[in-house]
Design a protein around this ligand. Sequence first.
Ligand code: BTN
Length: 262
Amino acid sequence: MDKMLNEKTIKEKLDTIYIGKDFYFFEETSSTFDEAKKICLKNGSIICAKRQTNGRGRLGRSWQSENGGIYFSVILKPEMETAEVHIMTALCAVGIQRAIESLIPCYIKWPNDIVTGSGKKICGILTRLEANSENEKYINVGIGINANTKVFDDELKYASSIALAKDEDIDENELLCTCLKQIENICDAKDYTLIMEEYKSKCINLGKRVRILYAHEDKSETGECIDISKDGCLVIKKDDGTYANVNSGEVSVRGIYGEDYV
Ligand code: BTN
């Protein structure tokens, strides 16, 4: 089926200046994070796999990575402080949301998930700050899109795919190229403030009540999401009236009025 990821088609369709000019394609790998460590990477290098045998998700979870999904890492080497890594992740989420929105209505769920209108997760993003053998820092933005995935592991109650939402298979090569083009547009933007405003306008959590589940403690709290801070934290007004800024490495967030996003 020529809608399935295919290195030759991607290279023919890709219309970017530097994102994906170095393009590494794998029929199967353990994880694009593992491949990145073996390759000498440039700003904008892409590592893409059709299938991962050890795909990693946030908060130590695994990421189901069968054929039909799109699994890729974007390597970025911006001049920035460690704290700003969160911003790059949020910016990439906006790029991916724009690309998927060309196929189905979709939104951003803090920190970096893309969900359908009914709150089903169709994409996740996990960013790592890494260093190469010369101790040069780079950011690896790992993106997993449930493009044509039809079957999910039993525990993934809130997962879906673009094909299931659209009721037809989509062209994986076309979608990947659109994502890379959008990421390049966003990375080249002079002012990230506008893109963070776009993030907020598309974020389903803002103004909603949430339950915050702490990953490393047996504790949860409830409150209202009132903002996203400049460094990508979710700002919560807790039910006890105090405020908390929570970062994506610490918590997962669920809606508590029926819309139980995971
Ligand atoms: C999440 O938990 O929502 C983040 C999922 C990130 C999955 C992607 S797929 C490409 C990259 N390689 C991995 O092993 N994980 C990320």
